[in-house]
Design a protein around this ligand. Structure first.
Ligand SMILES: Cc1cc2nc3c(=O)[nH]c(=O)nc-3n(C[C@H](O)[C@H](O)[C@H](O)COP(=O)(O)OP(=O)(O)OC[C@H]3O[C@@H](n4cnc5c(N)ncnc54)[C@H](O)[C@@H]3O)c2cc1C
Length: 441
């Protein structure tokens, strides 16, 4: 009797062109490995972001005899996990924390992910500019200041230490009078995200085969799974989707997340003359309290990272027009803070997609027979995603732990309305954020 077949064709495949400022600073990678024709494995994981890398590592440790293939559409370190602002957070809260219990539970997961990353960086001597500088929440006007008070209240209620920075202290830390107030928080780390992700991929256990530049465009489910990618077919008994916001394009978790496109630019290194006003400042990392604000870093090699601008990004693509506008806005934002740098050349400008859920909920667990999924979202995603990936591997092999139970205690990502209603609601909210936080950009 013929086994029933169900075929999923990917609606959108990742395509970030050549833009990712962090990745483009790295030496060129060795040629990508591709699957052999008619390859088979016990497990296939789609997506080598922070989640997929963590699933692969932990699954390999649980099942050293199993063959695991990790399939990535672009290069490891090139997707969202390697194109973010590099904050590896132990806790994060925008505004007043509504559900302290949920944040406390999340904190165990964020901190666990951060500790795992710290351990892996040490164990494998990963060169990713790891720094324990922490972060500085910043505000530049009344709207940001209101949010700052809410952040302070949340920290107080969580019993976390922080220091208030007045305008002078902000200027001392950032070499600009732009900011009116700040909160210095400790415990989180900073990284060069593309370097971290690429190295995590390079140091995977021997029973994991990583295939890159290899988009999976079709999944056929019969007795097992057949994945069509780059003209080849990979067969696997079990499938794990760690494909970030693209999980919906593979037919799962639709209407559970809002794909938001964010833009970033990285300047060339500042010259010695340009560095002069920053004398005594090795680095800084600013997180805006206003949702409209800019994430800004001075990196250790003397570049400015500017991240602002957001769009509803259903197609997860960043065309030349949007990138050109973003670059101009980023240069203006740098000029408002450091007028002498108003015309600085950008080494690169890029876009990236982040998933937001309605309720800071989780996308984690079983999606169907022998198919599982994990996506990280919302606040502090990379540390949380690293832990969620590891816990998914525990779950699929039947291992139990307190953290796994904690992960299952995080509410599932709530259902969202479909487009065009969602698009309308998100764009309405974005317009409100832009108008109220105009001074913070
Ligand atoms: C500009 C920006 C700044 C950010 N700043 C921070 C920050 O400072 N700190 C923080 O914690 N988070 C930050 N984030 C968010 C964070 O980067 C993401 O939420 C997180 O990396 C998502 O991880 P993931 O593993 O779920 O997905 P991804 O990193 O997106 O990984 C999924 C992978 O799956 C691959 N894939 C998808 N479909 C297919 C397919 N069909 N076939 C094969 N492969 C496929 C993709 O190419 C991708 O590499 C930021 C995001 C952006 C865009």
């Amino acid at each position: 009797m013929k086994t029933r077949q169900r075929i999923t064709t990917a609606r959108v495949l990742p395509d970030n062109g050549n833009n990712n400022g962090w990745y483009n600073l790295l030496p060129p990678p060795p040629p990508a490995r591709r699957p052999r024709p008619h390859e088979s494995a016990h497990w296939a994981i789609i997506g080598a972001g922070c989640c997929g890398l963590a699933v692969a590592r932990q699954l390999a440790a649980h099942r050293p005899q199993d063959r695991i293939v990790l399939i990535e559409a672009e290069r490891a370190g090139f997707g969202s996990s390697g194109r973010n602002s590099g904050f590896m957070l132990n806790v994060h809260t925008h505004g007043t924390a509504k559900d302290l219990g949920l944040i406390r539970r999340n904190m165990r997961l964020w901190e666990g992910g951060l500790e795992d990353l710290r351990r892996l960086v040490t164990e494998h001597r990963i060169q990713c500019d790891w720094s324990d500088w922490g972060r500085l929440y910043c505000a530049a006007g009344p709207e940001g200041e209101n949010h700052m008070s809410e952040v302070a209240q949340s920290y107080d209620r969580l019993g976390l230490a922080y220091e208030w920075f007045d305008r002078a202290a902000m200027q001392g830390a950032t070499a600009t009078p732009f900011y009116t107030m700040g909160i210095r928080a400790h415990g989180s780390a900073l990284v060069q995200p593309a370097a971290l992700m690429r190295s995590l991929a390079e140091t995977l256990p021997d029973n994991v085969d990583l295939y890159e530049d290899c988009p999976v465009n079709e999944i056929t489910k019969g007795r097992g799974f057949e994945l069509a990618c780059s003209g080849n077919m990979v067969r696997a008994e079990k499938l794990i989707l760690a494909s970030g916001v693209f999980i919906t394009d593979l037919g799962h978790c639709r209407n559970r997340m809002v794909p938001v496109g964010l833009y970033s630019s990285l300047t060339r290194p500042l010259t010695a003359t340009e560095r002069e006003p920053f004398r005594g400042i090795d680095e800084f990392a600013l997180v805006p309290t206003s949702p409209n604000g800019s994430t800004v870093r001075l990196t250790r090699d003397g570049r400015i990272l500017m991240r602002n601008g957001f769009i509803y990004a259903t197609d997860k693509r960043f065309g030349p027009g949007g990138l050109k506008d973003a670059r101009r806005l980023h240069r203006e934002a740098i000029g408002r803070r450091w007028p002498a740098l108003a015309d600085i050349e950008m080494a690169d400008t890029w876009g990236g997609t982040i998933a937001f859920t309605r309720n800071d909920g989780a996308i984690f667990g079983k999606l169907g027979e022998n198919i599982y999924g994990v996506v990280t979202s919302d606040i502090s995603p990379v540390t949380r995603g690293t832990m969620a990936g590891k816990l998914l591997a525990d779950y699929v092999v039947g291992a139990d732990s307190e953290l796994l139970r904690l992960q299952f205690g995080i509410p599932k990502a709530g259902l969202l309305p479909p487009d065009p209603l969602l698009r309308f609601a998100v764009n309405f909210q974005f317009r409100r954020i832009r108008a109220s936080g105009a001074l913070e950009v």
